[in-house]
Design a binder for this molecule. Structure first.
Ligand SMILES: [Zn+2]
Length: 231
């Protein structure tokens, strides 16, 4: 991956970090050591989320050679695309399920460790070490909920396509997930603009573009399949 630096290998998968992410680290470091720990912690959870996708893909015989971490999330590069809807379903759901499992498994331990006042303190912040830990815990719920939104390019979009593909076909199912991605991006952009939140607008643009790319990729695969059948 261009512009990325290799960090380490795990399960034979190279974990890379994109240079833009290094700038983010410097930026958060200016906010203090707890913000830096928070960002590093978040990306550990993002990496584990991607590793879960990767291990499920490997189970179906799809090789994953690298995971690249971007400021907006992680991307696992797969050697091929899951052929069967059931494979796409389990590969896509494995990541968000990992984050949900963290939320469920650690709920009682972290509540007894921090106390309900710190755990349910709002807004989330890194003002103290206990609050930072609480933030890191809730990040998992946010990652699970965000990724389960049934629209491209989120994992939920892939889950939706895999569920619909058997009934209405791969092409139509993809169009629905892409369309939902576009609608979701427009809603995100609207809230970004009325709240003067430039980050939200940037995420909206990213989601819109990535959803369109998913659609084009699916079209290319369909065309290739027809070409192979026509051979
Ligand atoms: Zn994911």
């Amino acid at each position: 991956m261009r512009g990325s630096v290799k960090l380490f290998n795990i399960f034979g998968i190279s974990i890379n970090i994109h240079v833009t992410f290094l700038f983010l680290l410097v930026f958060f470091f200016l906010g203090g050591i707890r913000w830096l720990v928070l960002v590093v912690g978040v990306f550990c959870f993002v990496t584990l989320h991607e590793i879960c996708h990767s291990l499920m893909a490997r189970y179906y015989g799809i090789e994953v050679r690298q995971i690249t971490l971007y400021p907006i999330g992680g991307v696992a590069s797969m050697s091929s695309i899951p052929e069967k809807p059931v494979q796409e379903f389990f590969i896509s759901i494995a990541g968000p399920l990992f984050n949900l499992a963290v939320v469920v498994i650690f709920y009682i331990p972290i509540k007894s460790l921090l106390g309900p006042e710190v755990l349910f303190h709002r807004p989330l912040s890194a003002a103290t070490w206990p609050l930072t830990l609480s933030y890191l815990y809730w990040i998992n719920l946010m990652l699970a909920v965000f990724n389960l939104i049934p629209a491209f390019p989120m994992d939920g979009g892939r889950v939706l396509r895999s569920l619909l593909a058997g009934k209405i076909g791969y092409g139509k199912a993809t169009k629905i997930a892409v369309g939902l991605g576009h609608i979701f991006a427009v809603v995100f952009a609207y809230f970004g603009i009325i709240n003067y939140n430039i980050i939200l607008v940037a995420i909206a643009v990213f989601i819109y573009t990535a959803a369109s790319n998913e659609g084009r990729l699916a079209d290319a695969i369909e065309a290739w399949k027809k070409f192979k059948i026509g051979e």
